[in-house]
Design a protein around this ligand. Structure first.
Ligand code: ADP
Length: 266
């Protein structure tokens, strides 16, 4: 397997902020793993993935993607390995039809038209949108729009796909649809990093990392993060399976539906 992402002793400080956002944060992710990142608003989830993608430069620490250090010289090679899917699907469209949108990211790669067409067809098949090629993207449902955005990312053949709250603006049906697609991509071997406030999404990951106070405050399987006493204690809880758990998860940006707590016997 091997590590695809390695963040070591990361310190990051926005110049106009009093305190550093990250203080010696370390995190490694195995190839093929699905890692959910949770944490309250402002804990630094988006900043962390922007640092991994080389969009922001840290003051200290090292980041490796597939063994390659993230530096300004390597930036294009790093970006080839990482695809990003964002929160608002409407901001990701530039073309009048689905086919044009999916192809857009490849425009500057100097690929032959035939190769581009092949990659578009292949990507649309992977997200089950092959029948929508000629459709106007603005008329699709939220879930379908995110499928198209994901297809665009797939044409670039990334190893890692980062979903930055990619399900948060969708209705429940669209959200389940995208979680299902993420599960499929995970099975195909992509490494997934999903920033999320949704417990169903986090529950599908191999690992859940909680960012709090500049560090990874907890890092474990979803079952352990959400259900085990030891992890709850690690998150600063002293009473298991209680209203306190709900409060703690809420504090960490996870909304726990009441039924979920009941189902899990919490
Ligand atoms: P999250 O994704 O967990 O909500 P962010 O990474 O967006 O958190 O933001 C972390 C913190 O950094 C917040 O306090 C936010 O206000 C601050 N921040 C985000 N972007 C900038 C920026 N460009 N300049 C200064 N501060 C920022």
């Amino acid at each position: 397997m091997g590590k695809i992402i390695e963040v070591k002793d990361l310190t990051f400080h926005y110049p106009d902020q009093k305190e550093p956002l990250f203080d010696q944060l370390s995190l490694s992710i195995e190839r093929g793993q699905w890692v959910a990142i949770i944490g309250h608003n402002g804990s630094g989830k988006s900043t962390l993935v922007r640092i991994i993608d080389g969009l922001l430069a840290p003051q200290a620490g090292t980041i490796f993607v597939d063994g390659m250090p993230v530096t300004p010289e390597n930036i294009w090679q790093i970006r080839e390995k990482i695809g990003m899917v964002f929160q608002n699907p409407d901001n990701q469209f530039v073309s009048a039809d689905v086919e044009g949108d999916v192809a857009f990211g490849m425009e500057n790669l100097g690929l032959d038209r035939d190769v581009m067409k092949y990659r578009v067809d292949q990507a649309l098949r992977k997200v089950n949108m092959e029948d929508f090629k000629g459709h106007d993207p603005s008329r699709l449902s939220g879930g379908q729009k995110q499928r198209v955005a994901i297809a665009g990312v797939l044409t670039l053949r990334p190893d890692v796909i980062i979903f930055d709250e990619a399900t948060s603006m969708l209705d429940p049906e669209g959200r389940q649809d995208i979680i299902k697609l993420m599960t499929k991509l995970h099975k195909k071997g992509y490494t997934l990093i999903s920033i999320t406030h949704n417990i169903d999404e986090a529950a599908m990951a191999d690992r859940v990392c909680v960012i709090d106070d500049g560090k990874i405050a907890a890092d474990s399987s979803p079952a352990e993060i959400f259900a085990q006493e030891k992890e709850l204690i690690a998150m600063g809880l002293d009473v298991p399976y209680s209203e306190r758990l709900k409060d703690e998860l809420l504090h960490n940006g996870i909304e726990v539906p009441h039924e979920y707590l009941t189902e899990k016997g919490m």
